[in-house]
Write a protein that binds this ligand. Sequence first.
Ligand SMILES: [Cu+2]
Length: 220
Amino acid sequence: MKIHYLSVAAALAVVSIGCNGTQSSEEETKTQPEQSKTIYEAKIDALNTSVTGGATTGTARFAVEGETMTVTIDIKNAPAGIEHWQHFHGFTNDNEAACATMAEDKNGDGIIDVVETEPVSGTTMVPFNELPAKMEVGSDTYPKAAEDGSYHYEAKVSVKDLDEAFAKAFGNAGINLDKRVLYIHGVPADTKLPESVASIADIPAHITLPIACGKINKIQ
Ligand SMILES: [Cu+2]
């Protein structure tokens, strides 16, 4: 990354000399670090409010600067006192993921379960728990909502480590954040869910039940 950055700066310097003399090359170099920051955001809206009894909402921000991606997720009004699984979901081809709507409730039980999200949202990809780059979806290090249903999550992720783990799991798809959606999951274990609510692998449905989703967009 550093070598690449230097070569860009050098190329700009050469262009500057060619066009305007040497004066502007210093300015170009100074503005480089700002330009190398890429920011993605997701506005997170509620799903399955008939189960949660309230609208879980929030925002997520992914700031990629050089080798590090800083992820911050702020959630309000989630079921209190429990951990909430959160991941970006997406497709391993070029397709752009979208958040599920009630149109995806194919079995008509009034609940969008995680399996029903797959046709529009793709598969579970990267977990936002203690160590995202480990890509261990089934973990107990996801954030826990406070008594008021809010939580703040923040993680610094090595882009290189995440790229490598992602390639191992999903081949050449690439992280491509702006083709992904962020899901927040989880209702209390004693929530009465119909038998028709499906889950993935042998994970109980109350853990994987989607409670909010946001499309990730590149904003800078
Ligand atoms: Cu998920």
